[in-house]
Design a protein around this ligand. Sequence first.
Ligand SMILES: [Zn+2]
Length: 254
Amino acid sequence: MAAPFSDEGIVLRRRAFGDADRILVVLTKDHGKLSVMAKGLRRARARNAAGMDLLARSQLQLIPGRSLAVLAQARPIGPIAGAADPVRLACASVLAELVDATVEEGHPEPRVYEILAEASARIGSPAADPRLALALAAFALAAAGGYQPELTICAACGRELENRDGRFVPTLGGVVQGQCETGVEGLSCSAVTLRVLRRIAAADESTVLRLRWSPQLRDELQAILIAHLEHHLDRPIKAARVLVELSADSAITS
Ligand SMILES: [Zn+2]
């Protein structure tokens, strides 16, 4: 049998396997994305269950296998990102789905791991707004992958963007203003949303995480972010629908 190895990892995806087992997709720090067989994880009081929730960060002991590594042990590090709060869980799910969709198996991705670890801690922390933590992480991933949206010049004509309302056009990967808004399919991008998007894109974390936002700003920013990511991935982010529904619910109650 191959020698076990240890690595730190964050859970991106979980699915049931047989009656008692789960197959997990985990982004590890040093070995990249791996599929991991977790035996007995679906049983009540399973030994390693605590470290195996979505976006949970754990120190793992793994045994290499022919197609899957087998989990020998998981020891959680830090809080669980989604714990018991539907918005935090939805943000954790969007981030996990995004990373899973952009990372190939078996290649170390140290920058992606760093972004994910930081975001998972923030999404789990009651002090941070999970949507802002998600937005910062998504933009950092876009920067790492070279697909940040264009927020400086008009994505249609190249003229410098002004401090005014415009539209975000996913197919152009950026914001258009003025005459360029005529006849394009896009999402509303108010002047304040553009300013916040620029702060997020610049990874100005201290400003962004202190932000107090209106439901309108939150919904605009969220819609733009999701549309940009889905256009880049060329597929829907399933977990994003849950986040949008939760926003609609909170708009009714507040
Ligand atoms: Zn223009």
